[in-house]
Write a protein that binds this ligand. Structure first.
Ligand code: 5GP
Ligand code: ZN
Length: 115
């Protein structure tokens, strides 16, 4: 499935729900988390609906590489200069809440709310 009409992040990709976007290209979108754990907390997602890491295989290698590789530049642009944390939650035990693959990137001065 490349798009799920019930998925909140697909709706953000489509512009049906607003988000504070920080980066976009043909494959991926980055935006601020609505409920940030850290002074800077962004989510980087594939535009295509991929439910979770469970659905990732060799065909997604370049896509996931792109999501990771753009993150240092985005954090620098957002003023984060003292380190950050990457996180992907998968499935129920991984406490994934939104079932559209997303990479959390969190940074900024501590203390943080979580993480
Ligand atoms: P998960 O627990 O699935 O890894 O994280 C989902 C994240 O998505 C949470 O940090 C939550 O705050 C964020 N989130 C949920 N709904 C929205 C939304 O509509 N807009 C934005 N920007 N973030 C959202
Ligand atoms: Zn989706």
């Amino acid at each position: 499935m490349s798009h799920d009409a019930t998925c909140i992040f697909c709706k953000i990709v489509e512009g049906k729900i607003p988000a504070k976007k920080v980066y976009e290209d043909e494959d991926i979108l980055a935006f601020h988390d609505i409920n940030p754990w850290a002074p800077v907390h962004i989510l980087i997602i594939p535009k295509r609906h991929i439910t979770s890491m469970v659905d990732v295989g060799p065909a997604e290698q370049a896509l996931l590489g792109k999501m990771m590789a753009v993150s240092p530049r985005l954090m620098l642009e957002l003023g984060v200069t003292n380190g950050y944390r990457h996180l992907i939650n998968t499935g129920a035990d991984g406490r994934q809440e939104v079932m559209h693959l997303h990479l959390h990137v969190m940074g900024g001065p501590r203390p943080w709310l979580k993480g």
